[in-house]
Ligand binder design. Structure first.
Ligand SMILES: Cc1cc2nc3c(=O)[nH]c(=O)nc-3n(C[C@H](O)[C@H](O)[C@H](O)COP(=O)(O)OP(=O)(O)OC[C@H]3O[C@@H](n4cnc5c(N)ncnc54)[C@H](O)[C@@H]3O)c2cc1C
Length: 391
């Protein structure tokens, strides 16, 4: 006997929009679990805009956006439990959770994974040197700004030039810190070139082909060593912000029996957002690191509709074999599996691709060739190969 109809792991935009939509569709018991002290996901600590344009056609700041998503889910009748960490995913929709009151096991008729993404840490980047304070990711930086209104440095170096790197730059500038440089190991910015206008106008040096090799300092950062085109150099600074290098928050998947896509590092889904164990579904940045909040919100709503269909026994069985992709530059293509087509519209009605490197040429998806011209960390959308199943 299930404890609830749908358990949603993660109260970010994807999880909360799914909760609201499931309740709107008449699903009786919807339970959202989040390990944080409050619901809302990443936008809670993004003190900037734009959020909310796709959802409500207005420009909002992150905290107000997070509050509105939470209020809507609660008003619709979903239950949200915070400070509740899901620690294991068991077959058939059974999840183990750690709560302030102790450990529990919950059974859902369906489980939606909406655990989001995280940035690559210093440790995962294998940066040498000492371990002083003042080294962090953007999420922590923005947490300092949002919840303490204070940053632990004044002259940090920002590592990376993704969209989020410029968000980190703005957070520094609006909270009394001035980055001494933005560095990137690649030959140019990962974000669109127009994003580099702001640091250039503000006189913040942008250094490409420059890789951080070591961090120095005892209790506080007092400098870094970089490998630059001119050779090794030292840069004086009092903090380091490692930005981007997003990857799905997949810790739960790695200890489960669920299939993981080695390209995206998120779960392998079919066009209904359904995982290899059909009790499990996924939406949002756990599938693709990373998209905008509006994109994840929309996926949450659409996957909620396929979950509702599954609860009514209206989804065709899941295909066993993944679609064939051809193209050396493809990092991942999702959905990874195309199941038989039924009456329920797919949650994913187009293929989403990302590249490992800039590429202009042909790629093959499910036996059909497509011409693409794009760069890494950009979303590429292609038609769903509804007749191209099979490895
Ligand atoms: C610095 C930064 C700035 C951004 N700025 C913008 C912007 O201006 N506009 C925009 O549209 N987008 C922006 N984004 C992107 C946007 O915030 C994300 O796309 C969006 O939050 C993703 O939603 P999600 O629901 O997939 O995941 P998240 O928002 O990451 O939510 C996932 C939730 O899952 C919870 N969770 C994870 N694992 C567990 C577990 N085991 N148990 C319980 N709970 C768990 C987490 O605590 C979290 O609350 C920004 C992102 C970053 C990092």
């Amino acid at each position: 006997m299930a404890d609830v109809d749908v358990i949603i792991v993660g109260a970010g935009p994807a999880g909360l929009s799914a909760a609201t939509e499931l309740k709107r569709l008449g699903v009786a018991r919807v339970l959202v679990l989040d390990r944080e002290a409050a619901a809302g996901g990443i936008p809670r600590h993004c003190l900037h805009s734009p959020y909310g344009m796709r959802e409500w056609h207005r420009v909002m700041f992150g905290p107000a956006y997070a509050r509105r998503l939470t209020d809507e889910a609660q008003a619709a009748g979903a239950e949200i439990r915070c400070r509740t960490t899901v620690t294991a995913l068991r077959p058939g929709g059974k999840v183990e959770v750690s709560t302030p009151d102790g450990l529990q096991v919950l059974q859902g008729r369906a489980v939606l994974l909406a655990t989001g993404a995280r940035e690559t840490s210093r440790a995962a980047r294998l940066v040498g040197g000492t371990k002083p304070g003042g080294v962090m990711n953007t999420a922590t930086l923005q947490g300092f700004a949002a919840f303490a209104d204070h940053l632990p440095f004044r002259r940090p170096v920002i590592v990376g030039t993704e969209l989020v790197s410029f968000s980190a730059m703005i957070t520094c500038l609006t909270h009394g810190a001035r980055p001494v440089a933005m560095i990137d190991a690649g030959p140019g910015p990962t974000a669109r070139a127009i994003m580099t206008l702001a640091p250039r106008m503000l006189g913040i040096p942008l250094r490409f082909g420059t890789k951080i090799a070591a961090i120095h300092g005892r209790s506080r950062v007092d400098g870094i060593t970089v490998e630059a085109p001119e050779g090794p150099q030292d840069i004086a600074c009092d903090g380091v912000v490692f930005t981007g290098g997003f990857r799905p928050e997949n810790a739960l998947l790695r200890t489960s029996a669920l299939q993981v896509d080695p390209g995206s590092l998120g779960p392998s889904i079919d066009q209904y957002g359904r995982l290899s164990d059909p009790a499990y579904f996924a939406a949002g940045n756990v599938l693709h690191a990373i998209e905008t909040a509006g994109w994840c919100w929309d996926e949450g709503r659409k996957v909620a509709r396929t979950i509702d269909a599954a609860l009514h026994g209206a989804l065709p069985p899941r295909a066993e074999v993944g679609i064939r992709t051809e193209g050396a530059a493809i990092k991942y293509a999702l959905p990874q599996v195309i199941s038989p087509v039924g009456e329920t519209p797919p949650a994913f009605d187009r293929m989403q691709l990302r590249l490992t490197r800039p590429y202009s040429g042909d790629v093959g998806i499910g036996g059909t060739s497509h011409r693409i011209d794009s760069r890494p960390e950009r979303r590429i959308l292609l038609p769903l190969p509804l007749s191209g199943q099979g490895a």
